[in-house]
Design a protein around this ligand. Structure first.
Ligand code: ADP
Ligand code: MG
Ligand code: MG
Length: 211
């Protein structure tokens, strides 16, 4: 059974930073259709700052790492996604508590806490065309796969598939939260940028936390 420590979680966050940089233009292009064309730049600025913070000093515990990441995102990312991602990481830090390593169930509870943080902060629900529409099905799929006896790596792959499906399902949705909601019905026909970046976060987890 998996034990996830600070090095594996650091690898997760660094892989997310890499994927955000590699997909920066895609995220910005998606945001140009239904927002203000800055989601890629926002997240890349934040994750570049996170990477720099981690280069300077290796946090000693999962909670310290996750808190450092959340605080850095809140202080460097303008726009809706900064506080949302920041809160998600701060809630994950709280869920990690003072543990030095996390097992598969702890990882699932951590990601559930991230989802709860996004909801507490942004009040989104299913079908609002937001990050929620990728993260909620992913967390549900993770729980279901672990309950069915899957290893963490396999369960995270199921979570990625659910996030991808959830992201594709945002295309016909009419946005009810965030900037895209100003467009009303004209927001339909475009994939949500935040759901897309959340899928990168889960893809990074499946890469870095699986073994
Ligand atoms: P801004 O809209 O301020 O420019 P970003 O472009 O960085 O911020 O992020 C936009 C993304 O934030 C959206 O695609 C959506 O997924 C997410 N988002 C916006 N508002 C909310 C909310 N209330 N709850 C959850 N996610 C939201
Ligand atoms: Mg934007
Ligand atoms: Mg903006």
């Amino acid at each position: 059974t998996a034990t996830v420590g600070t090095p594996a979680l650091t690898a997760w966050i660094r892989e997310f930073a890499r994927l955000v940089a590699a997909n920066r233009d895609l995220l910005t292009e998606l945001d140009s259709a239904i927002g203000d064309a800055d989601h890629g730049a926002n997240l890349d600025r934040g994750m570049t700052a996170v990477r720099k913070a981690l280069d300077g000093e290796e946090p000693g515990t999962p909670a310290m790492l996750l808190k450092r990441t959340g605080m850095t995102l809140i202080s460097t990312v303008g726009g809706a996604s900064g506080p949302l991602y920041g809160t998600a990481f701060l809630r994950m830090a709280a869920a990690a508590g003072d543990a030095g390593t996390l097992d598969a169930g702890d990882c699932a509870r951590m990601l559930r806490a991230a989802l709860d943080g996004v909801v507490a902060r942004g009040k989104a629900t299913a079908g609002d065309k937001t990050m929620y529409d990728a993260l909620a099905p992913a967390v549900d799929a993770l729980d279901a796969a672990l309950a069915a006896g899957r290893e963490l790596g396999e369960a995270l792959k199921a979570a990625v598939r659910a996030a991808e499906e959830g992201t594709a399902a945002t295309i016909p949705m009419i946005a009810r939260k965030g900037r895209a909601s100003y467009l009303g019905e004209r927001s339909a026909g475009h994939q949500d940028p935040g759901a897309t970046s959340v899928t990168l976060l889960l893809t990074a987890a499946a890469t870095a936390l699986a073994d």
